[in-house]
Write a protein that binds this ligand. Structure first.
Ligand code: ADP
Ligand code: MG
Length: 275
């Protein structure tokens, strides 16, 4: 059994009414512990609904979702599922509960019964990880969108979940901030072996993942390593861009240069070229 299993899951909003929207339409996806998976897709393709299915905020109307063997459909599992799998939701404003940033970060660990000394440590570590430690005594409400996103990420980090789901968590950051957050995420995945599910519409971020899942209209369109960007037409039809490094790679390949298809970023491309 895989660590995370989505089996023939279906979820419609307003099910059975005239305004029914099929957000997730018969999706099956297995994720192993330690993987770094990117979930990409056009607006409305069902990405956020998958995040909600994963932590049991919504339940599949058909099929099943399980985390570490625990079915989300069983209410008794929800507490443990949410301890195991933390979601940083799309809108950080909805996730702030306290008026002081560090209290806000401490709230989650307190709720799952972490001891006070340990909480202090986790809060500091989480805020440092996202570069927001200096703001710890301030109020979250005056922060910029990007800073709120970082605090929201720290809030989930402090729970030390085995799986972290980030739903467009870098969308309000500038390129520098995005890079910083991506570094944090990569470190958590590589060093701390945290399983990462990264929902993003930045294809450059998707390239950092071990596996990329492309969603279209509530279904999985493509799934695989970085080479999936070779399915250029399908990807563009789904309303997504081809990452620039991949475009450059393809042009060079057309000119007869032998370059690996497994290019992660500009640095990797330059390395290949130098060889
Ligand atoms: P994504 O995150 O990929 O943009 P979502 O999972 O948010 O996609 O949405 C999938 C579909 O479900 C879209 O058509 C969206 O309009 C619809 N949807 C999302 N949330 C709701 C809701 N609360 N009520 C009704 N429809 C919704
Ligand atoms: Mg979304």
């Amino acid at each position: 059994m895989s660590f995370i299993e989505i089996k023939n899951a279906k979820y419609s909003y307003n099910e059975g009414t005239a305004s029914e929207v099929r957000a997730v339409n018969d999706i099956s996806l297995n994720i192993e512990e330690g993987e770094f998976v990117a979930l990409v897709g056009h607006n409305g393709s069902g990405k956020s609904t998958i995040a909600k299915l994963l932590n049991g905020l919504v339940l599949p109307q058909q099929g099943t979702v399980s985390v570490n063997g625990m079915l989300t459909a069983d209410k008794r599992n929800l507490f443990d599922i949410r301890k195991t799998l933390g979601v940083v939701f799309q809108n950080p404003d909805n996730q702030m509960v306290a008026t002081i940033i560090e209290d806000d970060i401490a709230f989650g660990p307190e709720n799952i019964g972490v001891l006070p000394d340990d909480i202090r440590q986790r809060v500091d570590w989480a805020l440092k990880s996202v570069g927001m430690y200096d703001y710890r005594g301030g109020t979250p409400f005056r922060l910029s969108g990007g800073q709120k996103q970082r605090v929201a990420i720290a809030g989930v980090l402090a729970l030390k979940p085995r799986v972290m789901v980030l739903d467009e968590s870098t969308s309000m950051l500038d390129p520098v901030g995005r890079n910083e957050v991506m570094r944090v995420v990569e470190t958590l995945n590589k060093k701390e072996k945290m399983t990462v599910i990264m929902i993003t519409h930045f294809m450059e971020e998707a390239l950092l993942a071990d596996r990329i899942v492309v969603l279209d209209k509530g279904k999985i369109l493509l799934e695989g390593g970085r080479e999936i960007f070779e399915h250029r037409e399908a990807i563009e039809r789904a309303g997504l861009d081809i990452p620039i490094v991949m475009k450059v790679r393809d042009k060079l390949a057309q000119m007869g240069m032998e370059i690996s298809r497994d290019i992660k970023d500009a640095d990797a491309l330059v390395e290949e070229l130098c060889r």
